[in-house]
Design a protein around this ligand. Structure first.
Ligand code: HEM
Ligand SMILES: [Cu+2]
Length: 585
């Protein structure tokens, strides 16, 4: 099936080889580097917000140098807090959680794991990366233009986002740039999704039948289908929003609005239409962020427990079911928007039913571990951490999925706790697991296991210390998206929790320096990696570390086995590579 792809030699010039490269491996690393820059910016923004929340009246002359406008006299204005919040959320969701697991690891490893030499459309692949980078730069520009970044949140709710400057700081040029950036991102993700889907369907090597695909590949494939169906809706919504702002249309702006003593000359639009369009994309997006982590977790639990994945077929079906149901539940973000209680019931039932495939995955992960000869390597620890976070975050999802409870919890810190645990941190743990697991393959050197384990434990404790107390704040009724809570008597008793969370956040952020150090140190000094240091079975572990330009040289690999043949009774070793030819009898 790989006949269509001709062997290509690596280009000789530096620019074609490492900058404008069409090699899926270089593009994967480019995406990972983009995500790394993005996550560092995202973390810095969140620390600024945390300081404001814990010590609202304190002045920070040194820190204000970075944002002289938003922190004019050393204290952040509430509006600037909202700008930072918008940028933090947007950068994290799009440029970290979407970019690293899919653009990064997906690009690098999907072709190798199916035995292909590259993606189906290498030039398109390169284009996807460069459009993503352009999108990122446009987003960052929003921070520095006059008026600053938008204050409308990563969800850009209309009419706030639709009527321009009059609605508040950042809602002029900043909001335009936000929309343009997101539109570019949608375009890039769309092209990339086409590439992933075609590659998986067409470029599998001989013997790589669908039932022999690693679960990572199934996860990337399903994620790509989700992206293909979800991003166009956001793209269309974004274009309509831009038209409302600069084209005089009224898709999302109702008639007769008065804002800042000005009559808004729009008529007849529906702000709820934006919410529907946004969440029709937004809920699948949360699965776009986490499905690749699920695939990798299955792979790692099996590899390091030296056991086959429990229920391979059920795991695939659960991924598909989650993907499908993910498109039918967007209304749970809108329970209190005034929609009919009958639709609330439907959305609620569908939402809770996602618990079924989620539980199947969780039980199968536990069953994979059960009775295994577990090797507690750093990637394994992060995979186990992923399961822990997925369960802790998922449980609060079941609470929020009940309209009656969501009436109270909506827009409180309970929601912030829920989506950070399940979407933010679980997906980040998936990314960490991927880095520790695949670093030897990508760069030819092992990362330090000792440092990695310290990094894991401190991060694990840190993130729970940050996000568990937020549930309590939500139960008390603390609203989210507020720069400060000192004006409200009922929130005074929980100020110490704010301070505790900020300390935990600074601690957790500092711990990440260990990770950065580990990467830099290992690139230079790490122990040389063998072809298959983890004794794993999938195809990337049959090629040199790092793999050559066309992955497999002149001969296409032949696949004889499923992806998780560990501890097969009667076998010589405790793992059988997918390419191992069966012994002749
Ligand atoms: C059993 C599974 C899940 C259920 C039942 C569930 C339910 C919910 C509900 C009802 C809300 C809306 C709360 C509100 O705004 O008042 C919500 C918010 C959210 N969920 Fe989940 N969820 C689940 C899994 C996930 C997963 C796997 C992710 C990410 C990978 C995720 C990410 C989010 C995000 C980002 C938000 C907040 C969006 C915002 O308003 O800014 N959820 N979830
Ligand atoms: Cu949702």
């Amino acid at each position: 099936m790989t006949d269509a792809v001709t062997t290509h030699h690596p280009p000789s010039s530096f620019i074609r080889r490492y900058i404008f490269s069409t090699d899926h491996k270089i593009i994967g690393i480019q995406y990972l580097m983009l995500a790394l820059v993005a996550v560092l910016i995202g973390i810095v923004l969140s620390l600024y917000m945390r300081l404001r929340l814990a010590w609202p009246t304190e002045t920070w002359p040194l820190l204000s140098k970075l944002f002289p406008e938003g922190m004019a006299n050393g204290t952040m204005t509430p509006e600037f807090y909202l700008s930072l919040m918008t940028m933090h959320g947007t950068i994290m969701v799009f440029f970290v959680l979407t970019t690293a697991p899919m653009g990064g690891f997906g690009n690098y490893f999907l072709p190798i794991q199916i035995g292909a030499r590259d993606m189906a459309f290498p030039v398109l692949n390169m284009l996807s990366f460069w459009v993503t980078l352009a999108s990122f730069l446009v987003m960052l520009a929003a921070l520095v233009v006059e008026g600053g970044a938008p204050i409308s949140g990563w969800t850009a709710y209309a009419p706030l986002s639709a009527i321009g400057e009059v609605a508040g700081p950042g809602l002029g040029m900043g909001q335009n740039l936000w929309i343009i950036s997101i539109a570019l991102f949608c375009l890039a993700s769309l092209l990339s999704a086409l590439n992933f889907i075609t590659t998986t369907i067409n470029l599998r090597t001989k013997g790589m039948s669908l039932s022999r695909l690693p679960l990572t590949v199934w996860a990337w494939f399903t994620t790509a289908v989700l992206a293909l169906l979800a991003f166009p809706v956001l793209l269309a919504g974004g274009i309509l929003l831009l038209l409302d702002r600069i084209g005089g249309t009224s898709f999302f702006v109702p008639a007769g609005m008065v804002v800042s003593d000005k009559i808004i000359p729009h008529k007849g639009g529906s702000p709820l239409l934006w919410q529907h369009l946004f969440w029709f994309f937004g809920h699948p997006e949360v699965y776009i962020a986490i499905l690749p982590g699920m695939g990798l977790t299955s792979q790692l639990l099996s590899t390091f427990a030296r056991k086959p994945v429990f229920g391979y077929r059920a795991m695939c079906l659960a991924i598909f079911a989650i993907g499908l149901l993910g498109f039918l539940v967007w209304g749970h973000h809108m329970f209190i928007s005034g929609m009919s209680p009958y639709s609330s019931i439907a959305f609620s039932l569908l939402t809770l039913s996602i618990g079924v495939p989620s539980a199947i995955k969780t039980f199968n992960w536990l069953a994979t571990l059960w009775g295994g000869k577990i090797r507690f390597t750093t990637p394994m620890l992060f995979a186990i951490g992923f399961v822990s976070l997925f369960v802790s975050g998922g449980l609060s999802g079941l609470v929020l999925g009940q309209p009656a409870l969501d009436l109270y919890f909506h827009d409180t810190y309970f929601v912030v706790a829920h989506f950070h645990l399940i979407m933010g941190v679980a997906a980040i743990f998936g990314i960490f697991a991927g880095v520790y697991y695949w670093f030897p393959k990508m760069f030819g050197r092992m990362m330090s296991e000792g440092l990695g384990k310290i990094h894991f434990w401190l991060t694990f404790i840190g993130v729970y210390a940050i996000f568990v107390p937020m549930h309590i704040m939500g139960i008390v009724g603390h609203p989210r998206r507020y720069a400060e809570s000192i004006g409200y008597d009922f929130l005074k008793p929980i100020m110490p929790i704010h301070e505790f969370i900020t300390y935990a956040a600074i601690f957790t952020a500092a711990v990440q320096l260990l990770f950065l150090f580990n990467i830099v140190w290992s690139l230079a000094k790490g122990q040389k990696a063998s072809v298959n240091p983890w004794e794993a079975t999938t195809l990337e572990w049959t090629v040199p570390s790092p793999p050559p330009h066309d992955n497999f040289g002149h001969t296409d690999p032949l696949v004889y086995h499923g992806p998780y043949e560990y501890s097969v009774p009667g076998a010589e070793k405790d793992f059988i590579m997918q390419t191992e030819a069966p012994a002749r009898t």
